[in-house]
Design a protein around this ligand. Structure first.
Ligand code: ATP
Ligand code: MG
Length: 171
């Protein structure tokens, strides 16, 4: 199974993210835009895992130390890609979020995972393969207090990208 560890947002935050997605979509010539239920913040992408690795991921999540913290969403930006960019809602890189992310990575490494070496750049994907004349923009910041992290399974069900929570832990 294909797994990642994420922060999922409440209804109000998701609705605001959806409004950003719609704004982006309305200014785009084409793209694959994220579904409401798929809007999330990835902390660590684990990739293909067996049952034993999934258990190790749960143990690592339980071992990661964090206190409730506020996530602030404050801009819309892009990663340049040939054939269409990835557009996202950008998160303020607060210490508590970065500390949680590195604590998780550390616990996972102890469990034998080799995770992404690139610097973590927290973002919520709004669309992929996007072709638009729009430029990144600042928004009036919004967000919420996060108290739990979730282990998500990613799969295609009847062609639809579907994320399912298989484990969660709070602080
Ligand atoms: P699709 O790949 O079908 O377009 P997706 O990227 O949302 O959709 P997954 O590839 O399963 O689905 O990824 C799940 C989550 O992990 C997404 O938030 C994705 O951005 C993130 N992710 C995927 N691959 C990586 C990677 N190599 N490094 C960091 N994050 C990743
Ligand atoms: Mg992907």
């Amino acid at each position: 199974m294909r797994l990642f560890i994420a922060i999922n947002f409440n209804k109000v935050t998701r609705a605001r993210l959806l409004a950003l997605r719609n704004e982006l979509q309305s200014q785009s010539k084409r793209g694959r835009f994220s579904a409401l239920e798929n809007l999330h913040l990835t902390l660590v992408f684990l990739g293909e895992c067996d049952a034993k690795q999934a258990d190790a991921a749960k143990t690592a999540m339980d071992a990661a130390v964090f206190a409730p913290f506020y996530v602030s969403i404050e801009r819309v930006g892009r990663f340049r890609r040939d054939g269409g960019d990835i557009w996202w809602a950008g998160i303020r890189a607060d210490k508590s979020l970065l500390d949680l992310q590195s604590s998780l990575t550390e616990m996972l490494a102890e469990s034998g995972f080799s995770t992404e070496k690139r610097k973590y750049s927290p973002h919520i994907t709004l669309g992929r393969e996007v072709v638009t004349d729009a430029e990144p923009w600042q928004i009036e910041a919004f967000g919420e207090t996060v108290q739990r992290i979730e282990l998500m399974k990613s799969e295609r069900i009847n062609g639809k990208l579907t994320y399912t929570k298989i484990f969660e832990c709070g602080c």
